[in-house]
Design a protein around this ligand. Sequence first.
Ligand code: PLP
Length: 436
Amino acid sequence: MTRTKTATVTNAALHARRQAIVARGVASLFPIFPARAKNAELWDVEGRRYLDFSGGIGVLNVGHAHPAVEAAITQQLSKYVHPAFQVMAYEPYIELAERLAALAPGDGPNKVAFFSTGAEAVENAVKIARAHTGRHAIITFAGGFHGRTLLTLAMTGKVVPYKTAFGPMPAGVFHVPYPMAYRGITIQQSLDALEMVFRADVGPTDVAAIVLEPVVGEGGFYAAPPEFLKALRALCDRHGILLVADEVQSGFGRTGRMFAMEHAGVVPDLMTMAKSLADGLPLSGVVGKAAVMDAPDPGGLGGTYGGNPVACAAALAVLDVIEAEGLLERAESQGQAFERHFQAVQAEPGMACLGEVRRLGAMAALEFVKDRATREPDKELTHKIRSICLERGLIALSCGVFGNVIRILAPLTTPEGQYHEGLDILATSIRTAVTS
Ligand SMILES: Cc1ncc(COP(=O)(O)O)c(C=O)c1O
């Protein structure tokens, strides 16, 4: 059958085709279809321009189609695409591993393994932790997100929509509350809950790893306080448990440091990374202490596409761009601009719905509530704001255990004028949503 090109492509026509053929479980937030995208701007098939502050869900810290990344991809495509690392190693994989091992927190020596998705990186971190410790159990956090494969789903701390109908979950995974000051969960409560798991569910000598996001992404952009990370590090050392930082969403400059763990000065044993690593090409990795990383036997790790050379070439270019364009500093200045902007909005009359403005670097969020005193989450208002933003040309995502947080993941390369344009659209959308 030959494919015929539709004369006029509209969002509505593509949406109808999508609904008819794509499985219901695969959701798309917005019924628009991209025609092209550059840095922070995206145009749909009807020619409408948007500012994309979702960044492909935290994947585009260097923006859509950065010229340096495009050039690196094109150059690698012209050389070779898939010799398969399991058949023969190749230089882009090795060079990227060398650079990430050097960039990871701590004095090393570190080693690296590449995969394709964030979930795969997390699964492999667990495999490595089990092989190294000879233990099975994993402790993660309520509100955390680690992926949709069955093990990472078990680790993910949010039932709806991720776990619904997919049980039973793999055994040996235990959740404790993540400290979220605004939601009334203190560091001590989290640590007490952890001790309770040790007493009630699994002894510490059976725990291979504690896995956490240094800034909860999907769960609402709450940053773990440095004292909490330090306490976890000490507890892990006391019990011979590995500390695994899931930096899939918080990594590569998003928080103003290459990795969010650096803010606390805490060195994890293993780190998972994906998303902004390769500017949209599927690439993920586990980086960690060499003695831990080397625990699995040869052949125990890998995957057909893991560490694809084109994706590795893109990632090398991403690292260059982060450095050359000063993106760590730009993340901090974006975050400061966000904070100033929305603290002013929060002080306006009638803005009792804007419960908290928070950020770590440019990992920035607004939490909406029915009332500032009760802090009752307002998911409906949040979704209304998100829809008004889209109507006005801003793509912004929500998140949060209660679905009441707007998160900003604009490219760190967004020109200042466009960043402010996006913040203005968000602010006016909030005002409209509140008054309409
Ligand atoms: C912190 C974190 N870990 C893991 C994942 C899973 O990544 P992927 O969707 O690439 O499997 C995500 C995805 O959002 C994430 O934010």
